[in-house]
Design a protein. Structure first.
Length: 367
């Protein structure tokens, strides 16, 4: 058997990340940026399908790789019900469910794009049984499994907590940390703080995300407001000053550091602090404090039994931020920093394990 080629597709809010792997080696990786002008042409995320699909096909043409030469397409999964972690086979039903999801998310487009590309490639391959382009998602946004009811209850019966978080990168760095620690990932308990444009804090126990603090309920982050006092929020929503869409944007996209400082790049904010900008220092310290409170709250779920706290995501590159955060949480458990994101590798390596028979892929309708 020749070396397996895997195309990775990972759509985000303003870009589509793509990569080509040959076995476990990354041959090429690219972030295709989509300008606000490009995206403003589309009324919804789903309307971007053809635009983003053509961008992926152009990437393959640029590499001189024909889709029918691929062995698999690894896609970031979106918001399709309550899936388990791990791999899922993408078929027409899965692609349709992703596209019709009631919860908009750019990742919903990945399995649709992957399925469309593979379908045409397999039509060209015809009846060649030895060659078939397969499509999978791995650790989708909704890949926390069916949560225990106690973790879904809020203060209003009509509102149920949705289990949507940074599953892919949080599990990837946890697997890496378990390897470093020389322990079985399936028996480890980690609190993973994903520090990006949105911040989530995920409690991983026995290989699964047991509970988490989402980016709409915890502290604020560079782009998101986090949880807010309810009464003033309701008053603001009904004040007539903002449309529903504008309020949604203030919560996600224009909240947090963006709202206070007009800036989301932590490096630039740290430069302002160095120049004795007291407001920048105050807001920075507040974000550290709120993130720390979220991390510590997850320890209550396991009665304080935590093997390690892991900082990951883009902001984990900041020595100032991680040092201040570490001081506030290391009384719970030792802290490890695995900066950046490993989503492309996690997608490729997960599907490679499936192709090698080391891991089983779920079907969408598995019970």
């Amino acid at each position: 058997m020749g070396e397996r080629k895997i195309l990775v597709i990972n759509p985000g809010s303003t870009s589509t990340k793509v990569a080509l792997f040959c076995e476990d080696q990354m041959v090429d990786s690219r972030e295709i940026l989509h300008s606000p002008k490009d995206l403003s042409r589309f009324a919804s995320i789903n309307d971007q399908l053809d635009f983003r699909q053509e961008a992926v096909l152009a990437y393959l043409r640029d590499l001189n790789v024909k889709p029918e030469c691929l062995d698999a397409i690894a896609c970031r999964g979106g918001t399709v019900g309550e899936l388990e972690s791990g791999a899922y086979v993408v078929d027409q039903e899965f692609a349709d469910a992703s596209f019709s999801s009631a919860i908009p998310h750019p990742a919903n487009l990945a399995p649709v794009i992957g399925w469309n590309i593979a379908k045409k490639a397999n039509e060209k391959l015809g009846d060649r049984k030895e060659k078939f382009v397969r499509v999978y998602v791995y650790d989708p946004v909704c890949g926390c499994g069916k949560p225990e009811k106690i973790y879904t209850i809020t203060g209003i019966p009509e509102i149920k907590k949705q289990f949507l978080t940074h599953v892919l990168n949080s599990r990837a760095v946890s697997i890496e940390q378990a390897s470093r620690d020389g322990i079985d990932f399936e028996k480890a308990t980690y609190i993973v703080a994903h520090l990006g444009g949105g911040i989530t804090v995920n409690l991983i126990k026995d290989g699964k995300i047991l509970d988490f603090v989402g980016d709409d309920e915890g502290g604020f982050s560079p782009e998101r407001s986090g949880g807010l006092p309810a009464r003033p929020l309701v008053d603001l929503c009904y004040s007539g000053r903002f449309t529903q869409r504008e309020m949604q944007k203030r919560l996600k996209g224009k909240g947090g550091l963006s709202a206070y400082l007009g800036e989301t790049d932590l490096r630039k904010i740290e430069q302002r602090i160095e120049r004795q900008d007291e407001r920048a220092r105050l807001i920075f310290d507040a974000m550290v404090l709120q993130t720390a409170k979220d991390i510590v709250s997850m320890a209550a779920v396991t009665c304080g039994k935590v093997d390690k706290i892991i900082f990951t995501g883009g902001m984990a590159h900041s020595k100032r931020f991680t040092a201040e955060l570490r001081k506030r949480v290391e009384f719970v458990a030792p802290v490890s920093v695995i900066a950046g994101t490993y989503e492309m590798e996690a997608l490729a390596f997960g599907i490679l394990r499936v192709l090698r028979g080391e891991e089983r892929a779920h079907k969408k309708l598995d019970k």
